[in-house]
Design a protein around this ligand. Structure first.
Ligand code: SF4
Length: 192
């Protein structure tokens, strides 16, 4: 499951890289504003790689006791983190974190509509308007629906319900801990 989700992320990251090169749209260095939204929603499945990463480090149970899991803001966020972003586990961030800013949704007419942030719209207006028009005209842009469909294919149960981001993270950690607890109980040796 972890590997399958990472495969979806890899395909998405590659498609976004092509889109960014074509449109020259990019995040503002050091921004992280999108992570400061209090109502981010995510699925459990997209945080299974993060939960597995914690498990491998022996930090999964400790993270469940992390008080920031009850906050509205993402518990992986550290707005004091020095450097270009505020995500403390960027390689294991969720799919919503990857999609936001550089993907499209289908509008009620069935046309692709680019979804991006206010910072990009206001600080890169020309590139944004060009990318928006090109996307509407059918130019290749990562489509949110396509990637959620890929996740349904990995695990329907863990991918079709959206939760507040910290609830999704908590449930992902519990899922991984349960998986290994059950196998240890059954004396099953879990290989990589
Ligand atoms: S996982 Fe990282 S990128 Fe995603 S909302 Fe949290 S801090 Fe931001």
């Amino acid at each position: 499951m972890v590997h399958d989700v990472e495969e979806v992320f890899l395909a998405l990251d590659e498609e976004i890289a092509v889109f960014k090169t074509r449109t020259s749209l990019s995040c503002k260095s050091g921004c992280g504003k999108c992570c400061l939204k209090p109502d981010i929603e995510a699925t459990v499945l997209e945080f299974i790689p993060f939960a597995y990463h914690l498990y491998k480090q022996g930090k999964a149970i400790e993270w469940l006791e992390n008080p920031s899991l009850s906050n509205a803001l993402c518990s992986i966020l550290d707005s004091n983190l020095p450097g270009v972003g505020h995500c403390t586990s960027y390689n294991h961030r969720g799919m919503i974190c990857r999609l936001f800013g550089f993907s499209a949704k289908l509008n009620k007419y069935g046309s692709k509509e680019l979804i991006t942030c206010q910072v990009i719209k206001t600080e890169q207006p020309e590139a944004f308007l060009t990318a928006y028009a090109e996307t509407m005209a059918g130019s290749p842009t990562p489509l949110m629906r396509d990637y959620y469909m890929k996740m349904y294919g990995v695990d329907w149960e863990l991918s079709q319900k959206f939760y507040p981001i910290n609830t999704a993270i908590r449930k992902a950690i519990e899922t991984v801990l349960h998986y290994y607890a059950y196998r240890e109980e059954e004396g099953v040796v879990v290989t990589e």
